[in-house]
Every structure is written in structure tokens, then in C-alpha cells.
Design a protein around this ligand. Structure first.
Ligand SMILES: *[C@@H]1O[C@H](CO)[C@@H](O)[C@H](O)[C@H]1NC(C)=O
Ligand SMILES: *[C@@H]1O[C@H](CO)[C@@H](O)[C@H](O)[C@H]1NC(C)=O
Ligand SMILES: *[C@@H]1O[C@H](CO)[C@@H](O)[C@H](O)[C@H]1NC(C)=O
Ligand SMILES: *[C@@H]1O[C@H](CO)[C@@H](O)[C@H](O)[C@H]1NC(C)=O
Length: 386
């Protein structure tokens, strides 16, 4: 009997060991990565803040190297409405917007380089628009936008004319398998993958949603949607699934923020099922968005210190008010980590610091030697040059 129990304990421990290890690292980062403890590092030659007076709270971005343009998804309303971290102050929520940023022409002023996308056939843009993850499928000019609307999260589909800066609404996707949509990646003109960060929606189940984050329960998911055939199904379970990108035609990368890993999956050609390949450990924080540069390197933006980020998410509304500016709580800067990964080179740190806080996406134009970083709760973008 005694031996049996011991055996069971050993088995349970060996099952729990990777989990305990992962949790211990997440917790230790809450101490070691406090803003005053980190050693700043940058591998870039120069850096410059841009657009700080025009936009803030930009969570996602996409680069079109051919045009030298970035599409940015920004939501000043996140100060008072955050469906991922769970902060709801419904009194006064401003709407977010999408922007085209010409980053390739250094001579342009911020005003000249930035153009707000206007919407056609989409009245919600004025009443209930809180963009998060975006995806642009260039061959059909289709723009997918996760909208954390107060009326319920959805994926909005637009036809984007980049030359006119007009996005014409063509449809809204809502589904019970899309409770917490976060990021989107297009497979072809009819199929997409969407990540859900949680099973429990923090708006309706705050305690369970927080437990899900901190225990690392695989409540998040990746959902495959075939728009032509009207098929929606779950193809992977991932704890706090976040950024999602194709590394190449057959490999999909999904970041798991609560376990500080990026997971690689092989995409089965006909069924679009995902077969787990391996997990990449993000050494210094919780990965948010992913992008892939022209050299095939996976770029990862990570939040180094979750407590500072939470504090920022809850004080922005105050800090962006005239009374709050300059007060002590508003001086907190949540550190960001930026890195790259490749099969040959492994994980490399590109940047660590607070010049941009709560970095959510890093993207790089390898031809021009320019990288852009957006911050979930910061102003403008940080532009790096090689
Ligand atoms: C980037 O991360 C955010 C979550 O913070 C998510 O909403 C968005 O979809 C991600 N974008 C991409 C392209 O992975
Ligand atoms: C698509 O399928 C869903 C069930 O998953 C159904 O409710 C909906 O009506 C279908 N839409 C169309 C256009 O057939
Ligand atoms: C991934 O899937 C493709 C087909 O979808 C296959 O050709 C390839 O060998 C697979 N790669 C791995 C590493 O499993
Ligand atoms: C895609 O990337 C994965 C991960 O780096 C690699 O193992 C695989 O061989 C690549 N496949 C192709 C077709 O390049």
C-alpha cells in the first residue's frame, strides 16, 4: 500500500514537474525582472520614438516591405476597456483605429507619414471598435481585425484599399469557438487560423480567467476556419494563446504567454490539423506577438514583468488624464524584451529595456534595416535602425 502510494506520488510529480518548473520561472520573473533590476541592452545602432503625439496603445502591426508601409492597430480605449487583462471602466470608452504608417521615408513628418484608415459600411467604427490582432491577405486585399467590442468579441472582415486608405466592411465572424479571439493568420483566400487567449472570459468569469492565466491551464486555443465551407473547429489547445504566424508553409508558431513559450506546429496539408513539433522557451518574459522577417527569423516581443504591466493597465486612464500626469504611479515603466529565433541560431536577445514599455509586436524590414515596435500601453512606435 505504502509502495503503491509512493509510486503514485512519483508519477504525479513527474507529470507535474514541467508544469511546476514553468510556473516557478513565471513567478521568479515577477521578482528578477522588476524595472529597476534589469540591465538594458540593445543590438541596434539607433533608435527613435515616432508618432508619439498621434497614436497610442498599439497592439499589433503588419509590415509590407514592398510598399514600405506598416498597418497599425491601436486602441486608446484600452485605457478603460481591456478584455485580455480584465479592466473594465465602461463610463467613457473611446474607439480605436487602424493606421497606415509610411516608415520607409525618413524625410516625412509624423503627420505626413501616418494616415488613419477610414471605414465604409461599418458604423461600429464610431461606436464599438477596439482592434487587437490584425491580418492582411494581400492577394485578395482582405483585412481581418479582431474587435474586442463591448457587444462581444468578433473577427471583422474588410476589403482594404491601401492607396485610398479605405476599409470596406464585408462581414463579421462570431462563433462559440471564438470566445476570446486574439490573433489571426491567413492560410489562403478562404481559410484562417484564429487564436483564443482564454477559455474563460475575464469579463464574465474574472476569477476563473485569472486562475487560467496563472496556473497555465491550456484553456486558450487555435481555431481553424474555412469561410467558404462555413467550418469552424478547434485544432489545438494552448495556455494563453497569443500571437500566431506561419514560419514557413508547413510550420505554424503560436505564442503561449502564460507559459513563456512559443509552440511550433506542423500544418497537415489537407485537413489543416496541427501536429505539435516543439516548444521554444522565451528566456526573459511572456511572449506576445510574433512576426517573421524577410530572412525567415521569428521575431518575438515579450512582457518581462507582469506586475508592472498589470499596474500600468489599471492606471492608464488616470495617467492620461491631466490630474494624473507626472504622479508617481504614472512613472512605472513595464520593461520589454525583444528577441529572434531560428532553427540554426536559437533564441537571441535583440533588446531589453523600457524605452518602449509593454512591447506587444516587433516587426523588421530586413531590406531597409528598420524594425518597428508597438507597445500595448505606450505612445507611438519605437523605430530601430541597424
Ligand atoms: C499580437 O498580440 C495581440 C495580443 O496582445 C493579439 O491580439 C494579436 O492578434 C497579435 N497579432 C498577431 C499578428 O499575432
Ligand atoms: C454556418 O454554420 C453555423 C454553425 O456552425 C450556422 O449557425 C450558420 O448559420 C452557418 N452559416 C451559413 C451562412 O451557412
Ligand atoms: C509537415 O507537414 C508536411 C505536409 O503538410 C510534411 O511534408 C512535412 O514533412 C512535415 N514536417 C514535419 C517536421 O513533420
Ligand atoms: C519550416 O520551419 C521549421 C522550423 O524551423 C523547419 O523545421 C522546417 O524544416 C521548415 N520547413 C520548410 C519547408 O522550410
Amino acid at each position: 500500500m505504502y509502495i503503491k502510494t509512493a509510486g503514485l506520488t512519483t508519477i504525479l510529480l513527474s507529470i507535474a514537474a514541467p508544469w511546476l518548473y514553468g510556473r516557478a520561472i513565471l513567478l521568479s520573473h515577477m521578482i528578477t525582472n522588476a524595472p529597476h533590476k534589469i540591465t538594458p541592452l540593445s543590438t541596434f545602432k539607433a533608435q527613435e520614438h515616432r508618432l508619439t503625439h498621434s497614436i497610442r496603445n498599439c497592439e499589433d502591426g503588419l509590415m509590407d516591405e514592398a510598399m514600405g508601409l506598416a498597418i497599425l492597430s491601436c486602441d486608446a480605449g484600452r485605457d478603460s476597456w481591456n478584455t485580455v487583462l480584465g479592466y473594465f471602466n465602461i463610463a467613457d470608452v473611446v474607439n480605436g483605429g487602424l493606421y497606415l504608417y509610411d516608415y520607409s521615408n525618413a524625410d516625412l513628418s509624423d503627420e505626413e507619414a501616418l494616415k488613419r484608415i477610414t471605414f465604409s459600411n461599418f458604423p461600429s467604427a464610431e461606436t464599438d471598435f477596439h482592434p487587437l490582432g490584425i491580418e492582411y491577405y494581400a492577394p485578395t486585399s482582405t483585412l481581418y481585425v479582431v474587435n474586442h467590442a463591448r457587444s462581444g468579441s468578433a473577427v471583422e472582415i474588410f476589403q482594404l484599399s491601401i492607396s485610398d486608405g479605405i476599409a470596406t466592411h464585408v462581414g463579421t465572424l462570431k462563433h462559440e469557438l471564438l470566445p476570446t479571439p486574439n490573433a489571426i493568420v491567413a492560410i489562403n483566400e478562404a481559410e484562417i487560423y484564429v487564436s483564443n487567449d482564454h477559455h474563460f472570459r475575464v469579463r464574465f468569469n474574472p476569477v476563473l480567467a485569472k486562475l487560467e492565466t496563472y496556473i497555465g491551464i491550456p484553456g486558450g486555443s487555435v481555431v481553424h476556419i474555412n469561410l467558404a465551407k462555413n467550418i469552424t473547429r478547434t485544432v489545438a489547445r494552448v495556455p494563453m494563446a497569443n500571437g500566431i504566424k506561419f514560419l514557413n508553409e508547413t510550420t505554424l508558431a503560436v505564442s503561449s504567454s502564460s507559459t513563456e513559450t512559443v509552440r511550433l506546429y506542423n500544418v497537415t496539408e489537407t485537413t489543416r490539423d496541427l501536429v505539435f513539433l516543439k516548444s521554444i522557451t522565451v528566456p526573459e518574459g511572456s511572449p506576445d506577438n510574433l512576426s517573421v522577417d524577410g530572412n525567415g527569423k521569428l521575431l518575438i516581443a515579450a512582457h518581462m514583468h507582469v506586475p508592472s504591466m498589470m499596474k500600468i493597465s489599471q492606471t492608464r486612464i488616470w495617467c492620461n488624464s491631466p490630474e494624473g500626469q507626472g504622479t508617481d504611479v504614472c512613472k512605472v515603466r513595464a520593461p520589454s524584451w525583444l528577441g529572434e529565433w531560428s532553427e540554426e541560431g536559437g533564441v537571441k536577445t535583440l533588446y531589453r529595456g523600457v524605452d518602449i514599455m509593454t512591447a506587444s509586436t516587433v516587426m523588421r524590414d530586413t531590406t531597409r534595416g528598420i524594425a518597428l515596435v508597438t507597445g500595448l500601453y505606450d505612445r507611438g512606435v519605437l523605430v530601430f535602425r541597424d
